[in-house]
Design a protein around this ligand. Structure first.
Ligand code: HEC
Length: 434
């Protein structure tokens, strides 16, 4: 479950209810900046320097109805959080991003530049002054527009799912038929949770109408699909390829010009949804918007899972290592990686081992955070020669020192519940030739 978010909703309820109306200054409390007495003439101001930064990097989440519990839409709403904002941006915990900057370059990296961090720091140190005039308007609320543009197809869950105010909600699986009469090339996918505060993460799998006739291997056999061979990940067999995923902190998937994912006629989507309660009873009915290419794209994106389901994490072990790998039988381009683990996930690293003996690190997520199921899109796709191996290592913390750990006395194995673990990564690639 999302500990941080639950913590916030509770602490805000506690703070806001008795105090907010009468004494807004109390809310400001220790979060606020020093009083703006002697503002240096060249100090950054909210109107000129800070509002544009918040609009670009923060308000997509920090606005009413979105996932973050505090809004940064106005000076009045933002100022009490000035110190906290400084802390978060200097510590690089906001905006959320997990990749070690020393490894790889990513197209969807939302990190603030060093300049932006310095501007925010100087603003807070100067007392978080407002400045003269009107601040730039924040981007329009996205409640009814789709960020991918008008979808060609909008699908929705059959009915609303009830979210209880408290407690752990186990993973839910919703089937949504596409009713497509012909194959389509998907160029963009947007997942619109009905209740963004409750949808922790959600993955969409697309299953074509033809039944999967591959024999289901047993034990630790390898399986091969198209260009790729890997370990078996039993729970995902029969779900079809991963079409898209949305998590706290991810943007809609829009594929580069000329690339797309094939969605077969008659496909049925499975919405694999992880909800978290947030202190209020509610309901969710998630919608999915799809855009289609008019002509088949040059680059067909495919997704496979790199997984290792054979593990047992001993009780108390703070650093249990689990490895997985995939082999490429044909040359491919690697587009993105999306590591997935549950509450005991601690870190992730990925390497590419090419047949000439070179081993290159592709991605390192030193502090994996279950609250932010991010995927990492390479700025330039990685060329993978035939015979290369993608290797992934995850570490798990099953010690009492892990504040998210629901039970440090359990031996933890692969399973679908949040108290179980998973070790898998979505790997998006395209084949050099078809
Ligand atoms: C992808 C969504 C998202 C984006 C983008 C985002 N935040 Fe947040 N932020 C959250 C959520 C959700 C929380 C609540 C705490 C949590 O779950 O970690 C939060 C919490 C915070 C807090 C309170 C943390 C504390 O413990 O005091 C601050 C301050 C903050 N964010 C600042 C920012 C700033 C500044 C930016 C932009 C530079 C930003 N955030 C961008 C989602 C986001």
């Amino acid at each position: 479950m999302s500990r941080a978010r639950v913590r916030w909703s509770l602490s805000l309820v506690a703070l806001v209810m008795p105090l907010a109306a009468a004494m807004p200054a109390v809310l400001a409390g220790d979060q606020s900046a020093p009083a703006p007495t002697a503002v240096a003439a060249d100090a950054p101001t909210y109107v000129r320097d800070i509002a544009p930064l918040l609009n670009e990097h923060c308000v997509e989440c920090h606005r009413p109805g979105q996932m973050a519990p505090m809004s940064f839409l106005t000076y009045e709403a933002t100022r009490p959080w000035a110190r906290a904002i400084q802390r978060q941006v200097v510590g690089r915990t906001m905006p959320p991003w997990g990749a070690d900057p020393a490894v790889g370059h990513f197209a969807n990296d939302p990190s603030l530049s060093a300049d932006a961090i310095s501007t925010i720091t100087r603003w807070v140190d100067a007392g978080a002054p407002r400045g003269e005039g009107a601040p730039p308007a924040p981007p329009a609320a996205q409640s009814d527009e789709w960020r991918i543009g008008t979808p060609d197809l909008i699908l929705s869950m059959d009915e609303s799912f009830p979210i209880p105010a408290t407690g752990i909600i186990e993973y839910q699986y919703f089937k949504v038929p596409t009713h497509l009469k012909e194959d389509r090339w998907v160029t963009a996918v947007e997942i619109r949770p009905g209740e963004p505060r409750a949808v922790h993460h959600l993955r969409i799998f697309a299953q074509g109408p033809e039944r999967d006739t591959r024999p289901v291997p047993t034990g630790r056999e390898m399986y091969c699909i198209d260009e790729v061979c890997g370990n078996l990940e039993p729970p995902l067999i029969g779900w079809g390829p991963n079409l898209a995923s949305v998590a706290v902190g991810t943007r809609p998937e829009v594929y580069e010009l000329g690339s797309g994912k094939l969605l077969k006629a008659g496909s049925v989507l499975t919405l694999h949804t992880h909800y978290t309660s947030f202190g209020e009873a509610s309901t969710d009915r998630t919608r999915v918007g799809l855009r289609f290419a008019k002509t088949p794209p040059k680059v067909q994106l495919k997704t496979v899972s790199m997984a290792q389901e054979q593990f047992a994490i001993p009780p108390g072990d703070a650093n249990h290592v689990v490895n997985a790998s995939l082999e490429f039988r044909e040359p491919v381009q690697l587009h993105s990686l999306g590591p997935h683990a549950h509450l005991r996930g601690r870190s992730w690293r990925f390497w590419l081992q090419t047949p000439d003996g070179t081993r290159t690190e592709l991605l390192s997520v030193p502090r994996f955070d279950f609250d932010w199921q991010l995927h990492y899109v390479f700025k330039d796709p990685i060329a993978v020669p035939a015979g290369s191996k993608l290797e992934g290592t995850a570490t798990f913390d099953n010690s009492p020192g892990n504040v998210n750990n629901p039970d440090a006395t359990a031996t933890v194995r692969w399973g679908p519940l949040t108290v179980d673990e998973m070790m898998f990564a979505s790997v998006v690639y395209s084949a050099d030739k078809k």
